[in-house]
Design a protein around this ligand. Sequence first.
Ligand code: 2P0
Length: 322
Amino acid sequence: MRGHARASANFALVKYWGKRDAALNLPARGSLSVTVDALYTETTVIFEPDLAADCLSVDGRPRPGAATLRASRVLDLIRAAAGASLRARVLSKNSFPYGAGLASSASSMAALSLAAARALGLDLSLERLSVIARHGSGSAARSLHGGYVLWREGTRADGEDAHGSQLHPPEHWPLRVLVALVDAGEKDTSSSQGMQETARSSPLYAGWLDSVNPDLEAAQLALAARDLAALGEVMERSCLTMHAAMMSARPGLLYWRAATVALIHRVRALRAEGLGVYFTIDAGPHVKALCAPKDEAAVRAALEATPGVTRVIACGVGGPAR
Ligand code: 2P0
């Protein structure tokens, strides 16, 4: 009745921002990500006869409320698959700041789905676990697999085909991702809420959605060809188009800080000096820089020297949840 799992976070090269079904976390469009090795969640799930409700602790701190509700959505699906009704104690530990725009919901829901399945003796495929983890957090659908992962939007109303699939294993292209941390606080607008507000009120939302499928195609070609300049160009425009839609919601949603903007300029200046480095930013102030291993030391030094950066975490391409 006890299971343990570790899953890595992922960063989208082509972003997910908007749902076609909020209850099932079905995305309005597909997205494409890279799984990263240094940011991960380790989760232990224990099903216990005496518990009246699921309870969750993250990094040693109880997390009743929204985080537990998300976990229970995943646990309910695992219980249904196993024909079980026991409630669970979930102990989760992150290798990085939680709830700060660093994809902790992706790694935590992916680890939870696998740990809970193991605790109840279920041997589910990564695709099936991806569908289950998606109910806790959309981007978790991409964190079961390692390497480069496509989360298809799917066509089925029940969402069973909206799961992550591996496009390439980590060894296809061992790129580096340097995460420049700008601020370790927890964000005040969750991604779910931000997506909903963007879809409801941004005049640019339709344009954002129109941009995604062409970017997905271009990114897949660049990945297959290991063409960093082509991939980086798509990654930056997907990021900026998504943020333009967020910023034009009413009220505008701005996750960036001064250091975020400084880092964008720093990455572009490095490129002008001849380094192959590209940025992306998610629902938080941090900047992730994608580069080849040969440029890592120079990129790292430049990110660390940017005012407002508290720390740089270096990641390689990560493997599957296990
Ligand atoms: C992404 N993000 O593709 C985008 C880019 C943040 C910005 O997926 O509501 O925590 O749980 O499905 O997955 C973060 O959103 O949102 C996210 P829900 P999730 O990585």
